[in-house]
Design a protein around this ligand. Structure first.
Ligand code: SF4
Ligand code: SF4
Length: 435
């Protein structure tokens, strides 16, 4: 794609990076074939190629975002399926991030939209605030009908359970039965996940401790920052990124860290991009690069570093038929697909890929809250494809997908790490009941 950025425009580092990406695009449109929104809506502007044109036009011509551009960019899931398909290596993720930042700076959204986006930005990254709002929502749910449609859908999606945590809150979870751990890792406990599904972090910690690995959860880190990043609120996101980088880097220097573990693939994708985000920041360049290098999805870390000790007992001797849902941020964002499947296969169960598994379930961070019509259609398609397998349970590596898919089916869905924990001596996940 030809570009005509002026020398002045190219002094800006975001423009410089985006210009290089635009130039890689050869307009072939292969990406449209695997784009969930293009497949659903059939409009060129709701596919990656069309969106790339819209972003280029805004940025190259210094135009404020128009209502039309915002509509089509907002409909993008940031699922990155287009990046997997693109033969030219176009980094769409960095373009859409740039586009969203430009929209946030140049477009005044209607009052209702602004309220909802600011609300999400001020609530979801903070576990305590999210828990309070979640509990309040339980009282509002019966009177849901009085609210406008968008708010009604959001309230419907709020969790109804806030399970109790079983592990005490500590900075360090020591390795079991050894004086010196075989490795020391930091765990990103996340924001929403630790409130609605604390068992995922607990399974991760137990599993790592049991295999001789010390786990640290440094104080002050909850959210990875991607929620605000994807809302285009780059200043807020960067504050979180910076805080996380400094805390982890300090821990790395003072006590040593072999890895930073993410058990939510959406967050892992962003952590692995910290190095790019601060590529020109004198103070953070080296530190952010190190944090990105240290970041591993839990499945990736287990596969590369841990000899898992699988145990058969009366609780887990049955052979299950499991559907593996490959979260977009896992397969397209981090390019991890086979690793979790092979790990689950080691438990002796039958694991099946979901047909059309490259297509998003509609979760996509806050997407199911902000674009519930499209998200609902994607969920419906996902459930139809899951039903083709007829699994006893579903497993995946991203809390957003777990919540979204659970809204569309009665088939239990749990995190992959819970399955691995169970088959290596941990408790049977509660959600499986007597299954
Ligand atoms: S990120 Fe997903 S929704 Fe957005 S353009 Fe790419 S494939 Fe389509
Ligand atoms: S597949 Fe890649 S090169 Fe082709 S139009 Fe899409 S982004 Fe451009």
């Amino acid at each position: 794609m030809q570009t005509q950025f002026s020398k002045q425009q190219l002094k800006d580092e975001d423009n410089r990076s985006s210009e290089k990406i635009f130039r890689k695009c050869v307009h072939c449109g292969f990406c449209n074939a695997t784009c969930p929104t293009y497949n659903l809506l059939g409009n060129e502007l709701d596919g990656p190629r069309g969106r790339i044109y819209l972003i280029k036009d805004m940025i190259e011509n210094n135009k404020p975002a128009s209502e039309k551009v915002v509509k089509h960019i907002d409909r993008c899931l940031s699922c990155y399926s287009c990046m997997t398909t693109c033969p030219s290596g176009v980094n769409y993720m960095h373009l859409i991030d740039h586009g969203r930042m430009h929209i946030e700076k140049t477009f005044k959204r209607p009052l209702g939209d602004r309220f909802i986006r600011n609300f999400l930005s001020q609530i979801m990254p903070y576990p305590f605030r999210f828990r309070i709002i979640g509990i309040l929502t339980l009282f509002i749910k019966p009177f849901n009908f009085i609210f406008p449609k968008k708010l009604r859908e959001m309230i419907k999606l709020m969790p109804v359970n806030f399970p109790k945590k079983n592990l005490p809150k500590m900075k360090t979870y020591p390795a079991e039965k050894r004086k010196k751990p075989v490795a020391r890792v930091a765990l990103l406990t996340g924001c929403v996940q630790q409130v609605i599904s604390p068992q995922i972090n607990e399974a991760t910690i137990r599993l790592l401790n049991r295999h001789g690995i010390e786990v640290v959860v440094p104080k002050g880190i909850n959210c990875c920052g991607s929620l605000n990043h994807h809302l285009g609120k780059s200043d807020l996101a960067k504050q979180t990124f910076k805080k996380n980088i400094l805390i982890w880097y300090d821990e790395y220097l003072k006590n040593g860290l072999d890895a930073i573990i993410s058990n939510t693939s959406g967050c892992g994708t962003t952590l692995k991009d910290y190095g790019f985000i601060f590529r020109s920041n004198y103070d953070l360049k080296k530190k952010s690069k190190k944090i990105s290098e240290l970041t591993k999805d839990i499945s990736e870390y287990l596969d590369e570093n841990v000899k898992l000790n699988f145990i058969k007992n009366k609780e887990n001797k049955k052979e299950y038929k499991i559907a593996y849902h490959s979260a977009c941020s896992m397969q397209h964002g981090q390019k991890i697909h086979d690793i979790p499947i092979n790990l689950i296969k080691k438990t002796g169960n039958k694991v099946f890929d979901i047909p059309e598994g490259h297509l998003c379930c509609g979760s996509a961070g806050t997407y199911n809250l902000l674009q519930n019509d499209i998200a609902g259609k994607l969920l419906k398609n996902k459930i139809i494809n899951i039903d083709k397998i007829n699994p006893e349970f579903i497993t995946t590596g991203n809390i957003g997908c777990i919540t979204q898919i659970a809204n569309g089916t009665k088939i239990p869905i749990l995190h992959t790490v819970e399955v691995i924990d169970w088959y290596t001596g941990g408790p049977k996940p509660k959600i499986l009941g007597n299954l």
